[in-house]
Design a protein around this ligand. Structure first.
Ligand code: HEC
Ligand code: HEC
Length: 178
């Protein structure tokens, strides 16, 4: 099981996918990773990823689409002109490409959805995220070097490349987690 997990993780990262929750790596991931191995990224996929990184990675990391379900991404994409106090609007062609990209890679897992049937706009508000971070003290998050849970890369040194392994965590002023 462990080996299988590691292989699928490596494949996901190579393919530009994400290594997300380890402990309960649900079936969906294994299915996805096997199809990823069989089907490498096309040139078109790479262009789309680069566009996503550029447009949605300018103010924070380009969050991996696997962290939210399609309806969350749709809501985000439909409200970009008032995006967490900023305007993140895109031209129509890029908007369409990115919305499709997010929909294609979105989570199909219910635990990625918001609490109480709400459409989660934040990864950090999903039940899965809260459960994984329940032991992270508030003061580690609110400190100036981090500011909020949205700043994944402040603690997860390889977040931008889609890797969230525990050994890669460095919390500013607190150090590694292990
Ligand atoms: C002009 C800057 C800017 C751009 C461009 C931008 N965002 Fe954001 N985004 C923000 C800010 C500011 C926040 C709130 C950060 C915080 O709470 O600390 C945010 C938060 C988010 C969050 C919630 C993170 C969490 O879990 O708390 C998601 C999801 C998100 N953005 C997706 C996107 C997507 C998708 C795009 C591209 C279409 C994008 N953003 C482009 C500024 C931007
Ligand atoms: C203040 C530092 C901090 C921030 C900011 C943060 N995390 Fe974490 N994250 C942690 C710590 C610490 C753990 C390990 C918790 C544990 O094992 O109890 C963790 C665990 C995880 C895990 C599980 C890893 C595994 O091996 O199971 C994932 C996935 C994850 N975080 C994603 C994110 C994402 C996505 C964001 C941004 C939206 C984020 N984190 C923001 C500190 C942070």
């Amino acid at each position: 099981m462990k080996t299988l997990l590691n292989i699928s993780v490596a494949a996901l990262i190579l393919a530009g996918g994400a290594y997300l929750y380890a402990e309960d790596d649900y079936e969906e991931h294994e299915h996805r990773s096997s199809s990823v191995v069989a089907k490498p990224m096309t040139k078109q996929d790479k262009t789309t990823m680069a566009l996503y990184q550029k447009e949605c990675g300018a103010c924070h990391i380009a969050y991996q689409p696997e962290f939210l379900p399609k309806r969350s991404w749709d809501k985000t994409m439909n409200t970009l002109d008032s995006h967490f106090g900023t305007n993140a609007s895109l031209d129509p062609a890029d908007h369409k490409t990115i919305q499709n990209y997010l929909a294609t890679h979105a989570s199909r897992n219910d635990r990625m959805t918001g609490m109480g049937g709400e459409i989660a706009m934040r990864i950090s508000e999903t039940p899965n995220f809260k459960r994984e971070h329940r032991e992270v003290a508030q003061k580690m998050v609110t400190q100036a070097e981090v500011k909020s849970f949205a700043n994944c890369a402040a603690c997860h040194t390889k977040a931008a490349s889609g890797s969230y392994r525990e050994r890669e965590i460095r919390i500013p002023n607190y150090g590694s987690w292990e």
